[in-house]
Design a protein. Sequence first.
Length: 312
Amino acid sequence: MHELPGWIVLWQCLAAMLKVFAHAALALPCIAALTLLAGRREKSRLCAFGSREMALLSLPLAFVWPLLLISDVLLLFALTQGAVRLPENFSPGMPAMLPYSSALVAWLTGVLCLCVQLWRSRPHASPATLSPENRQPHMSAGLCLASALCFFAALALPVCPLAGLPEGLTASQAALAVMSSTLHVYFTCFAPAGALALSALALRPGLMQTWACPQEDEALAARWCALWAMIGYIPYCLDRWGVCLGFALRPGSMPPVISLRVPSLVAISLAVMCWGILFFRRAPRKIYWLNTLGLLLLSLGLCLPFASALWR
């Protein structure tokens, strides 16, 4: 098997860590929209300001994603031509670059929707005087959902065969395959999104006062964030553990491609457990450190499949 150079492996490890922030940005607008739509009348203020805080957090994090897109393009050229440089005839409209350039357009549209939503939901005087009931929450939720759809498209387009369908594959089959894989990836984005939203809450102890909400609502907000962090990787872990157990119960040794994924799966599963404890313990502030531990374990789990190549 051809082994990649060490610098490319380190590059992939760094990109995997940055994906924690980029993927969080892609899912935060969706959680913000669901926060608005799930708000009961007595919690409308909490949901309105919680949604705004999530959208506000998503905006700076979203700018990590183009860096990963550029990294993927450079890595593609590094693997094909042996050097990190663009070819002389490079153009964003060339067939090989169409998936990436179209993804960038989708990302810019999502950022624009996010900016419009933040402008609409800005407090004119102070958070205490803002009345969520009079700010058209359904319009704000619609803008957040539009941003989430654009970010979803930006996630899907780089793997779309825009330059031409593979042989023997119809357009509907290709679309179904791309949609299915992207939905699986997008659902995992909820984990870093919820975890980073909880980190923002933990780092700002007086945030509830700026929302003009009772301090006891902090546990409710923290539990909501922990819920998304917990469920994001549950289907992924169940699927991967099922594959590992299936091979473990068969005669003979486990294939290396499966066994090398076990440490990563263990780290991600432990991260899910950390967020599960926060959710079921109603996320008291004294155990917020579990969220930081979960983020570190998730980053480690995403890096391990690439780092293991350095140990072989």
